[in-house]
Design a protein. Structure first.
Length: 347
């Protein structure tokens, strides 16, 4: 087949996608719903969320658009839902569609004294809902990294994307990192991330997440130092590192640099948070239309609605104030000009 034939073939494929909506699965946003625990001790209840987070990061590393667990959690909070591991499939499908997912991974797991077993199903949410495939995988209790590798292979197979394998880190560092990612306590997060970095000094994702915790707890100098060292690196959480460093730069008034970092974050991986921070930056620079446009972009993700609404109202207020004509200034040492309501009398 010559080059012309190849070109015609590609054109026909693209035309078919446009006409018939045959968008490839890997081009759809993917949501991994935390698997439901069906057996084992309560102390193992973190594993479902941990697996979802681990697969999220596998998708990011493989260049697949995905909806991070953090955004699902934000939706729980926004809608007043309880983070209950017993969500059934119809509820998970409804939440996935609300977040704009085209593909959903949903399953269950159980734990015994020595082993962990997982069943995971893949569903296509486009058009008519259908199940794509399903898998059963197992590993010993210390094999979270290996189990993530097996599940990652299954996920990338159904998405028809090449699988690069799990992160090249030690199992202990990986588990510590995942525990930090799902912890609610900033102190525990810091402990887990520092432990992950101690075990794996080149674990850039753990360093990035540690820097975020440090920034959120007011230790800007240490946070900025870590993020500056990571700025030019390519790693799954690079978008978050660039976003966090941009926020630090904004707080110190370095707005040009903050904008550059925000654009780099959006290029690495688009998400609502970067659009929100960019809206705040535009507001600080009195670019009201640009700020509103960023809120529209953030709104597409289906999360952060309360923050978006509050910021939109603030932009409207400040834009209205800026549009009001300014009263003439009074001359030095004197009163306002006659006819302006000053000491010279009423008009």
């Amino acid at each position: 087949m010559n080059l012309w034939d190849n070109g015609v073939k590609r054109l026909l494929i693209v035309t078919a996608f446009v006409l018939f909506g045959c968008t490839p699965l890997f081009a759809q946003r993917v949501l991994v719903f935390p698997p439901t625990q069906t057996g084992g001790p309560v102390s193992a209840s973190w594993i479902g969320t941990g697996l979802a987070v681990a697969l999220d990061e596998s998708l990011t590393r493989g260049g697949v658009p995905n909806i991070p667990y953090d955004n699902l959690k934000r939706l729980f909070e926004q809608e007043g839902l309880v983070e209950d591991p017993s969500f059934d499939l119809p509820a998970a499908v409804a939440l996935a569609r609300q977040l704009g997912a085209g593909v959903l991974f949903f399953g269950r797991y159980s734990v015994t004294d020595t082993a962990l077993s997982v069943h995971l199903d893949a569903y296509d949410l486009r058009g008519n809902f259908k199940r794509l495939d399903g898998w059963d995988e197992g590993e010993d209790l210390q094999g979270l990294l290996d189990l993530t590798g097996k599940l990652g292979h299954d996920v990338f197979t159904v998405l028809d994307k090449p699988w690069a394998g799990p992160p090249k880190v030690s199992p202990q560092a990986f588990e510590s990192y995942i525990r930090g990612r799902i912890s609610e306590d900033p102190l525990l997060q810091e402990v887990y991330f520092r432990k992950a970095v101690e075990l794996q000094p080149d674990y850039d994702d753990a360093k990035c997440c540690l820097a975020v915790v440090l920034k959120d707890t007011g230790r800007m100098t240490e946070s900025a130092g870590i993020l500056e060292a990571l700025e030019k690196k390519s790693y799954p959480k690079a978008y978050l590192g660039l976003l966090t460093l941009a926020e630090i730069r904004m707080e110190s008034g370095r707005l040009i640099e903050a904008r550059r970092l925000l654009m780099a974050s959006l290029k690495a991986s688009e998400g609502p948070e970067a659009h929100l921070v960019l809206a705040k930056l535009n507001l600080r620079q009195k670019k009201f239309k640009e700020a509103q446009a960023e809120l529209v972009m953030a709104e597409r993700f289906g999360t952060h609605q309360d923050e978006i609404d509050a910021l939109r109202a603030q932009i409207d207020r400040e834009a209205a104030t800026a549009a009001q004509p300014k009263a003439p200034e009074a001359p030095e040492g004197g009163s306002a000009p006659v006819g302006q309501g000053g000491a010279g009398g009423k008009p």
